[in-house]
Design a protein around this ligand. Structure first.
Ligand code: CAA
Length: 503
């Protein structure tokens, strides 16, 4: 028997719950929004009024449509009001004890045919289902923040989920204008497993001092084309939620890289949870100044040295000459042509400091890595002088790119963050958890990425990523940075891309 979902309960009207309620009401369903007390209920109503009010202000909705939408939502503090709901979606904090208590209540209150869904970001749907007398009717329905905007819904089935229910919930997601991806019950599902590993890694890099918060954010947003840098996104998700998801990932994997970065704990303890409290990694005060790179002047130099022979070196050479600078070029084998340059820019794969120590004035050498069309990473070694690093940043601005300052470590910032994420996606595929097409769709639609990880792998080139991972592994000795066997094998087999081979 196919169910009809016309009345939906949403328990918890925080950022996610209010967004989920809005999504259902937009699609014409009746919604019962439940909060613990009057104050929380009023905040939840405020979220909904604010979000739909912005849509009206932007001309996306008329005031009448807004009133009709809000009219479809009943607000209550009594769980008993959910007795007639066809489906209840839980969106309360990520604490298993709270979820279990709620599901035991819902099981008692809701009609026998009702489906109980959890929007948990990472907790075990199976464990939540086990607290009810209807585990076959308990399922994960995982939305992404902001729920009205992000198009993905992860539908999470457990080993006891009733046959056909995942398809019914996927059908409902489509009715809401979303794209469902159905997966099994594993910590973090597809998106959070990949996303939070990357975000936690960004925190770890920040803590090592490799680069600043703003440089890392700019590198990933402008360089890779992600909609937000990692720290801006952590603030959007909420640092408390991010912490909890990492904790769950760690409990399952026991991998140190999933253990929440200490800086997350510190910020959460201080109550700096991100956007919802006005401050997390960033201040969300509207008047806070933008912290983009400082404007640079034209450097007073007569000769720029370039080390490296690839296409990036050619691009930089052309841009410098077009800007009126004199440049000398050397291959990493013989640095004589650049020995007398005022600054030397290294664009090769050789570690920057190894080149520096071969120059008569090692303090003049700076590493450079072009990322996309808009960013260049500027890597200072332990011996690079401040003047040389500043000069190269000014040169980078003059050639129309945003400089990202970082230390001289394998992968600098972008590849150190991007390649392990791509490797994790290959491992997820290898483990048989989801198909490459589903993983790609999930990251594009759940996080607004311009391309999924397999699309990125093919665009960058699998051999380049494999070699980059080897370099990262050699530098950091982090086991998860070792190239996934599947990636290694595809490179060894000489295949041109990954998607053509994994379906
Ligand atoms: N509620 C409703 N609508 C919102 C909104 C919100 N909170 N925030 C933004 N929007 C709407 C805007 O009204 C606007 O709509 P129109 O185009 O119709 O006018 C649209 O989204 C774009 O917004 P902006 O122009 O203000 O800003 P933007 O272009 O920078 O986009 C963004 C904002 C959509 C959030 C974008 O930056 C983005 O996609 N970021 C990535 C978000 C992400 O990765 N989310 C997943 C997090 S992981 C998660 O949620 C799972 C978990 O379990 C932890």
């Amino acid at each position: 028997m196919t169910r009809t979902f016309e009345t939906v309960g949403v328990v918890g009207l925080g950022t996610m719950g209010a967004g989920i309620a809005e999504v259902f009401a937009r699609a014409g369903l009746r919604v019962i929004g439940v909060e613990a007390d009057e104050a929380a209920l009023s905040r939840g109503r405020g979220h909904l009024e604010g979000s739909t009010g912005r849509a009206v202000a932007r001309g996306r909705m008329t005031a009448e449509e807004q009133a009709a939408l809000l009219g479809r939502i009943a607000f209550t503090t009594s769980r008993d009001d959910l007795a007639g709901a066809d489906l209840v979606v839980e969106a309360i904090p990520e604490v298993m004890e709270f979820k279990r208590g709620l599901f035991a209540d819902l099981d008692r209150i809701c009609k026998p045919s009702a489906v109980l869904a959890t929007n948990t970001s990472s907790l075990s749907v199976t464990a939540i289902a086990a607290t009810t007398s209807r585990p076959a009717q308990v399922i994960g329905m995982h939305f992404f923040n902001p729920a009205p905007v992000m198009r993905l819904v992860e539908v999470v089935r457990t080993v006891v989920t009733e046959d056909g229910l995942p398809d019914e919930i996927a059908g409902l997601a489509r009715r809401l204008g979303k794209t469902p991806v159905t997966v099994g019950d594993r910590a973090g599902f597809v998106v959070n497993r990949l996303l939070l590993s990357y975000l936690n890694h960004a925190c770890a890099l920040l803590e090592t001092g490799l680069a600043s918060r703003d440089d890392i954010d700019a590198a990933m947003r402008l360089g890779v084309g992600l909609p937000m840098g990692p720290f801006t996104l952590l603030d959007l998700i909420g640092l408390d939620t991010s912490y909890e998801v990492c904790e769950v990932l760690f409990r399952e994997s026991r991998e140190r890289r999933h253990a929440p970065a200490p800086i997350l704990r510190e910020l959460v303890t201080a109550g700096l949870l991100g956007r919802k409290t006005g401050r997390g990694f960033h201040s969300h005060d509207r008047d806070a100044p933008e912290t983009a790179g400082e404007p640079g002047g034209r450097p007073e130099i007569s000769l720029v040295g370039l080390v490296g022979g690839g296409p990036d070196a050619a691009t930089v050479l052309e841009a410098l000459e077009a800007a009126g600078f004199k440049a000398a070029v050397a291959e990493p084998g013989d640095l004589t042509p650049v020995a007398e340059a005022d600054v030397v820019v290294a664009l090769s794969d050789t570690p920057v400091v190894e080149l520096a120590v071969r120059l008569p004035r090692p303090e003049r050498l700076v590493g450079l890595h072009l990322v996309g069309e808009r960013v260049a990473e500027v890597a200072a070694t332990v011996v690079t002088s401040r003047e040389a690093a500043e000069t190269v940043r000014d040169l980078v601005r003059m050639i129309g790119r945003t400089p990202v300052r970082c230390g001289d470590r394998a992968g600098f910032v972008v590849n150190a963050l991007l390649y392990p994420y791509l490797n994790d996606a290959v491992r997820m595929l290898e483990a048989g958890y989801a198909s490459a097409a589903d993983i790609d769709a999930a990251m594009r639609l759940g996080c607004g990425y311009p391309a999924g990880p397999f699309e990125m792998l093919d665009a960058i080139g699998i051999e380049r990523v494999r070699d980059g991972l080897r370099a990262l592994y050699a530098e950091y000795r982090e086991p998860s940075f070792a190239p996934a066997p599947l990636l290694d094998q595809l490179v060894t087999a000489g295949v041109p891309g990954i998607r053509a081979h994994v379906g």
